[in-house]
Design a protein around this ligand. Structure first.
Ligand code: AMP
Ligand code: MG
Length: 184
């Protein structure tokens, strides 16, 4: 879980979804980008980012998605276009120039790639990405990859904030990194 870079850029995305197959995986779109910049030496979170994004393929959120993410229709209607959200994100991250994109699993990386392809904008994170879910399994000698809540439970930590909110998920991932790397 230790990295050579100065910062962990931990990103957690929320996306359009459904429990009845009306939003296929390849049509899911980001509705929230939550991120924290975590100092890789002190493990302090030094900056946070949150942006709601307006989806275009399935602009009306399903009841399932609203319930899961706590995001309202009014939230996404007032959200910004994906390309703008991505530029705001990269502008926020730029001053922390030596950072590594990390997320809990590969879902977030793939969702960024999918949305970048759909909107014809360049994927901004280069080739490197750290899958913290795999790193956690390795660090705890677990044969299984755990979800975020499972990992917190293993560390006897309570989820802080609201699960499936991008920024809250990112904050909790940072708590896991801190606990595993620092023991605090
Ligand atoms: P998470 O970071 O765990 O909140 O999940 C990211 C996104 O994955 C959510 O915003 C949903 O689009 C999708 N997702 C998560 N859990 C489910 C689920 N149980 N059923 C359908 N989609 C889900
Ligand atoms: Mg999330």
């Amino acid at each position: 879980m230790r990295i050579d870079e100065q910062y962990y850029l931990i990103i957690d995305l929320e996306a359009t979804c459904c429990d009845r197959g009306t939003v296929p995986r390849e049509e899911m779109e980001i509705i929230e980008i939550g991120a924290v910049m975590q100092d890789a030496r002190t493990f302090d979170v030094v900056s946070e980012f949150q942006q709601v994004v307006r989806p275009v393929r399935h602009p009306v959120l399903t009841g399932f998605c609203r319930a899961l993410t706590g995001t309202t229709q009014a939230d996404v209607d007032a959200g910004v276009p994906y390309a703008d959200a991505l530029s705001t994100l990269t502008a926020w991250a730029a001053p922390f120039d030596d950072h590594l994109f990390c997320s809990w699993g590969n879902y977030d990386r793939r969702q960024f790639q999918q949305d970048c392809a759909f909107h014809d904008v360049e994927y901004p994170f280069g080739t490197r990405h750290l899958n913290l879910k795999e790193e956690f399994a390795r660090a705890t000698n677990s044969r299984r990859n755990k979800g975020l809540s499972g990992a917190l439970a293993e560390l006897r930590l309570e989820f802080s904030g609201q699960p499936h909110r991008g920024l809250d998920d990112a904050r909790n991932i940072a708590r896991i990194v801190r606990r595993v790397c620092l023991g605090a």
